[in-house]
Each structure stands twice: as C-alpha cells, then as structure tokens.
Write a protein that binds this ligand. Structure first.
Ligand SMILES: Cc1cc2nc3c(=O)[nH]c(=O)nc-3n(C[C@H](O)[C@H](O)[C@H](O)COP(=O)(O)OP(=O)(O)OC[C@H]3O[C@@H](n4cnc5c(N)ncnc54)[C@H](O)[C@@H]3O)c2cc1C
Length: 465
C-alpha cells in the first residue's frame, strides 16, 4: 500500500481558493454519511469532503492530491453495497452530487449527455417524458449515474436489455495524474484500439473520475405486462427458466423470489403481496409495442410454467397491480435490512442451470451455522443476492460465522465457475475473494492497469485488490 500524507493547511487553503469555503467540509462539518455506504455499518471518515461542480475544479484538486500524495475517493450517492465509496485511507472524499445536470438530448443519435451526479430516477423521468427509454434498472433509483457507471450496475431488465455498460456511448474523465480523457463518443461502433471506455465502466473509481457520460437511449416500449408464478420448489421454478428462454420468448425481467423474503417485505411495507404461501416464485415481465405482442409473450410463458409444475400463473396487467408487485420486489433488500441489526451480502453470479443448487447450498448453511440466510435474485442472468443476518449475536461469533459462510459461498461459486459479483462490484468488502474466482493472473493484470493510470495509487486506494 502506498504511503500517503495528511492534508496540509496549505492544501486546504488551496482547495478553498478553488471551491470557496462552503464547498470544503472538514471536521464536524462532515456528516457520518460520508464515511459509509448502504452496507457499511462502521463509518470511516475522510479528512476533507470537497464538493465539486466542474471538471476544471476536479482537475486542479487531482493535480494537488497527486503531487502531495493524498488519497482521493470519489462518491456518488453512497448507495453502494461493498464499501466502494468509503474513504478507508482517509484523505479527500470527492462529492459528485452537485454535478447533476442533464446536458443535452440528441434525438438524431438517440443519446443523452449528463453530468455524473445526476440521479438514475431523474434520467428515467426526463427521457420517459419525451418518449425515450434508458433501460438499465438497478433497484436503487436514487443512485447517481456516475456510481452506476463505476459499478457497471445491473438490475432487473438485464435479461433482455443488458447492463449499464451496454448503454454508455462515451465518457469524459480526469485521470489520477490530472489528464482529461475522452473515451468513446456519440458513435455506435468502435474498433479503435483498446476499449478504454469499457475499462472505465465498472472500475469502481480506481482508474479515473468520470465527469460526463453520453447515454444510449431506445424508443420507449408502449406496452408491458407481468406474470407471477408460484412453484412448490425453486428447482421446479428454475427448470422453467431454461424452457422459457429456449422458447424464443424475450422476458425483460425474470426474477426468482423465496417465501421468507416475501414475508419480510410484507412486514416492512405493511402491504400484502398477491401470493405468499408457496416456497418459490418466478416473476416475469414482457414489453413491446403492441398489446397482442405482450399478451402472446405472457400466454407462452404461462403455458410453459403451468406445464412444468407452476401452481398458477397470475397476470399482472393493471398499473396498480404492477406497482404492488414491482415496488415489493424493489424493496427486498431494504426489507431484509430492516429485519435484522447487521448483515453481509454475497452478490455472486453463476451459470443459470446452477442457481437452484447454489440456493439449496446457501440454505444448507443456515442449518450448519444456525444463522438466518435470505435470498432472491435474477433468475434470467444467474446473479444471486444471498444475505446472512446477524440477528443480535455477539460481535466475535458474528465475525467468525459470517466469514465462514461467505468463504463457503464463494468456494461453491468457484466450483460452479461463477464470479464474485454480478453487479455490486468488489469495493473493499469482497476483495479477498477476487483472486479465487477471477484467478491470480487476472488480478495481476488489473494491478498493472491500475499502475499505468495511477502511478502513485492515490485514487480509491485499498479497493478491488
Ligand atoms: C436498496 C438498494 C438496491 C440496490 N439495487 C441494485 C441493483 O439492482 N443493481 C445494482 O447493480 N446495484 C444495486 N444497488 C447498489 C447501488 O445502488 C449501485 O452500486 C449504484 O451504482 C451506486 O451508485 P452511487 O451513486 O450510490 O455510488 P457510490 O456508492 O457513491 O459509489 C460506488 C462506486 O462508484 C465510484 N464512483 C461514484 N461516482 C463516480 C464517478 N463520477 N467517477 C468515478 N467513480 C465513481 C465510487 O468511488 C465507488 O467505488 C442497490 C443498492 C441499494 C441500497
């Protein structure tokens, strides 16, 4: 790990000369929220929070940080789940939330240029009001687009539409040595050398600071319909997934739900889910431009599910029903979090045919370690979210059981040729598992790439590896 310096009075005065007194926060001016993300339970505070508004301000701050060897961590909205935006080495926390403008809708190129601090929910509202569609749909709508890009956020529409990386045409960024960088642009294809844009996407604020993004849009589909199918086992449900996808049907979302998570969410929201007596469910949605098309997609998927053991196939076609079901699905993590005092998460991705076996293994650990485990996930893309709940046990036992369970889960993912993270990233919470699943050679290459971008290692130190 590089040796860093504490921020000097002279540098603080310099930052104030760039940003003004009010956008340089120190000491008690810094809220504990700046020391954590959504799954960090003990904050780690930065020495200074710098609230930037322009690329030029960022460039000057980075040049000073690099010259003086100050660690610098970028923060979007702090909704991450692996500690990516937590300033674990102290130093500067660069708060991007004031760079939140929507810059330019290019209707000929079907793109939208934005600053990185704009919220996902604001992008969605802006484009949908104009008949366009930004498909990436991670559950937390108050995350920033910069955070979504830096984690390559996924979400529930990945089966049909892909993930954030598939909707980024171009990026502007500042490297840790203070160089402005433009990668990609308002172009559809690009075979010009290494794919630097795609390298920055998912780099968790370790390679460069994203200062602007050009997002790819689609026309907004006119119709959608959803379906909820209860099953008597997750195995049965997952067998249907393969048949549905082979049938040529194109679900937008294909989620699996387990009963206990539905019950936690009913408690949390104080609302009933349409059905909650079966151990496993598939929740699907379809979209398109005509009612006939989505009705046909529904009918085909319902027939497959019913012929392969589904106990029913409920149609969800009114706006009210859709919001009941999808709002509940979107609240799963919050509901699980609210049901306990602390938790740890495993966001593995495994080949789709192994989902049921992986979940059965996860639940076997409940028995083995006498610890509650909850799960749900994206059946259509193999990305599972498994949570171990602390439920009030003492710190020493919690740390030891949590670690053992995580090690067993990642070992199983390794056996299934999966990966550590499907969408939340590595941050510092999951970095010990990366060499096992990605392989030591890949991690060594990543270190080399990091050194080229950031020779002094100032940007988000201690993350990913
Ligand atoms: C209830 C809930 C549901 C969620 N559901 C999903 C989901 O379905 N799918 C999913 O993928 N994630 C999900 N997440 C995780 C989280 O919302 C995403 O990781 C999101 O992309 C983080 O965005 P943020 O603005 O909060 O970033 P932060 O948490 O602030 O930062 C995340 C990482 O991005 C880096 N970063 C942020 N901005 C920049 C920038 N401008 N330049 C360079 N690096 C930057 C940070 O350094 C850090 O490493 C969920 C979280 C919650 C709390």
């Amino acid at each position: 790990m590089p040796e860093f310096n504490q921020i000097s009075e002279a540098s603080l005065a310099y930052f104030k000369s760039i940003l003004g007194e009010e956008r340089v926060l120190v000491g008690e001016q810094i809220s504990p929220d700046f020391g954590r993300d959504e799954l960090t339970f003990k904050p780690v505070m930065p020495e200074a929070v710098l609230q930037v508004e322009t690329e030029e301000e960022i460039r000057k701050i980075v040049l000073e940080a690099n010259a003086q060897l100050y660690p610098l961590t970028v923060r979007g909205q702090g909704t991450g789940l692996v500690g990516g935006a937590v300033p674990i080495r102290g130093g500067i926390l660069l708060d991007m939330s004031k760079m939140d403008s929507i810059l330019f809708l290019d209707e000929d190129n079907l793109t939208l240029s934005v600053e990185p601090g704009v919220l996902l929910q604001d992008v969605t509202a802006y484009v949908e009001a104009r008949g366009y569609f930004y498909p990436p749909d991670p559950g937390e709508k108050t995350a920033s687009i910069g955070g979504n890009i830096a984690t390559n956020a996924g979400g529930m529409r990945a089966v049909k539409y892909g993930v954030t990386r598939d909707y980024i045409r171009g990026l502007r960024a500042i490297t840790p040595t203070g160089q402005p960088l433009q990668v990609g642009g308002n172009i559809v294809k690009n075979s010009s050398g290494y794919a630097l844009k795609d390298l920055l996407i998912g780099s968790e604020g370790t390679l460069a600071i994203i200062t602007q993004a050009t997002l790819r849009l689609l026309p907004l589909p006119k119709e959608s319909i959803s379906m909820l199918a209860p099953f008597s086992s997750l195995n049965q449900a997952m067998d249907c997934v393969a048949t549905i996808l082979k049938s040529g049907s194109q679900p937008v979302a294909l989620e699996f739900l387990e009963r206990q998570t539905i019950l936690d969410t009913e408690n949390f929201l104080g609302k009933k889910f349409p059905h909650s007596t079966s151990p496993a469910y598939l929740l699907l949605s379809f979209d398109g431009n005509s009612k006939e098309h989505v009705d046909q997609e529904f009918a085909q998927a319902a027939e497959i599910c019913l012929s392969q053991g589904a106990l029913d196939a409920f149609i969800i076609d009114t706006e009210e029903r859709k919001s009941t079901v999808w709002d509940a699905r979107g609240a799963f993590l919050e509901a699980i979090k609210a049901s306990t005092d602390e938790l740890d998460e495993c966001d593995v991705v495994v080949p789709r045919p192994q989902i049921a076996e992986f979940m059965a293994f996860a639940h076997s650990l409940e028995e083995k370690y006498q610890m509650p485990i909850r799960g749900f996930g994206h059946a259509g893309d193999g990305n599972l979210h498994v949570y171990v709940l602390r439920d009030g046990i003492d710190e020493k036992t919690w740390q030891s059981k949590r670690k053992n369970i995580m090690e067993e889960l990642y070992q199983k993912a390794f056996e299934f040729k999966g990966q550590v993270s499907g969408e939340h990233g590595i941050g510092f919470e999951k970095k010990e598992y990366l060499p096992l699943l990605a392989g030591p050679e890949a991690v060594e290459l990543m270190r080399g790439i990091k050194a080229v971008f950031d020779p002094n290692g100032i940007l988000n130190p201690g993350k990913i590896f």
